[in-house]
Design a protein around this ligand. Structure first.
Ligand SMILES: C[S@@+](CC[C@H](N)C(=O)[O-])C[C@H]1O[C@@H](n2cnc3c(N)ncnc32)[C@H](O)[C@@H]1O
Length: 365
């Protein structure tokens, strides 16, 4: 399937990511002090806009081509602003659909009519799994528990291992088949939403994606502690652990965000068009998620040329790659921060990305 077609398919998809699979620490380190200004980001499951606000952004513009993602992100922001932590937990982590729906009803009036419409339908169809597992591209942890109960039962102890040596040893002794199983489950999810293709070249891309996931998983095993890692917990367990939660679900993060969550504006639209529509030199930073994976090179050039008009000199842009191994070539007017990109690709707790890349606008373009 052509990459542009993939993006177009998203315009009428249900929510695919309810919990963003992108490490907030990576984003914040990539953007540095620019994060306290006006930041453009992809809305996805709403976690990135909230993390940016939590780090002191003056204003966040959260864009998504899929109205259902904007709806989820808006619900996340409104729920953080208006609910106490126990109610937030029932809404996002609970497994009681009636209790979840009652909480949603209490917020409904505070959502835009478009989001309200998408979410009412979606929540009425949702099952007992926690909402964070009900993104169409997610739910792999729950599935693993159902299909591989013996392996899944060994996982909580892995999240308790004390250091990287113990983590590697436990994995190699008990969890060897895990990466292959998760890679296949993720591939099946992607094919369900984006199609499997049918020819040998599609099959070889599918194999390569799974092999790449296995390589990145080995990187996790050897270099990134799973203890206190909310991204690994969400992916593998389908749940968070007490010490491994995203910021908005912690007491301190929630308290900080309650005051600030009103500072996000949500926009349904194509990132390129929205970037091009912003006032000149009005932006300090941008987080492009991994939309580059879905855009052909000429459209990426258009996106960076729009960013060059709206960023202030020194403005920083972070982007990730899941599908392509190599990041987009450096655009005119930008310089790549190679060292930060390398360090972040290594340390990123969400670990699945083959590249995390930071480009800095030099100005005067
Ligand atoms: C690229 S996807 C991948 C998921 C992402 N890595 C995460 O963890 O949330 C992220 C989001 O980008 C949105 N998206 C994809 N192409 C877009 C585009 N051209 N403009 C705006 N949003 C886009 C998708 O709808 C989705 O919500």
């Amino acid at each position: 399937v052509d990459t542009r077609e993939l993006a177009d398919q998203l315009t009428d998809a249900p929510p695919l990511w309810v919990q963003t699979e992108e490490d907030a620490n990576t984003t914040l380190q990539a953007l540095g002090p620019a994060v306290t200004g006006t930041v453009l980001c992809v809305a996805s499951g709403g976690d990135t806009p909230l993390a940016l606000l939590g780090a002191g952004a003056r204003e966040v513009i959260a864009v998504d081509i899929n109205p259902a993602q904007v709806a989820v992100a808006e619900l996340k922001a409104r729920s953080v602003e208006l609910l106490d932590l126990p109610s937030l937990e029932i809404l996002w982590l609970g497994n009681d659909p009636a209790a979840r729906l009652a909480i949603y009803k209490s917020l409904e009036e505070r959502l835009s009519p478009a989001s309200h419409q998408v979410l009412g339908r979606w929540l009425n169809q949702a099952d007992a799994r926690p909402l964070i597992e009900q993104g169409g591209m997610q739910g792999v942890g729950t599935e693993l528990r159902e299909r591989e109960p013996v392996l899944a039962a060994l996982l909580p102890d892995w999240f308790q291992t004390e250091d990287l040596a113990a983590q590697r040893e436990y994995h190699d002794r008990h969890l060897q088949p895990l990466a292959g199983i998760i890679a296949a489950l993720r591939q099946a999810r992607a094919e369900r939403w984006f199609g499997a293709g049918g020819n040998e070249s599609d099959a070889s891309v599918a194999r390569e994606m799974q092999d790449r996931f296995k390589r990145r998983f080995r990187h996790l095993v050897e270099h990134i502690p799973v203890a206190e890692n909310p991204y690994a917990a969400h992916l593998l367990l389908g749940a968070y652990l007490p010490d491994a939660r995203p910021g908005y679900l912690t007491a301190a993060g929630h308290a900080r965000l309650m005051q600030a969550a009103g500072k996000i504006s949500f926009v349904v639209g194509d990132l390129i068009e929205v970037a091009a529509s912003l006032p000149l030199k009005s932006l300090d930073a941008a987080d492009l998620s991994n939309v580059a994976d879905l855009l052909p090179e000429d459209e990426m050039a258009r996106l960076f040329s729009a960013l060059a008009s709206v960023l202030r000199p020194g403005g920083r842009v972070v982007h990730r790659n899941l599908v392509w191994e190599e990041p987009y070539a450096v655009a005119a007017g930008f310089a790549r921060d190679m060292e930060t990109s390398r360090v972040l690709a290594f340390s990123d707790r969400s670990f699945v990305y083959s590249a995390v890349t930071v480009d800095v606008f030099r100005g005067g373009y």
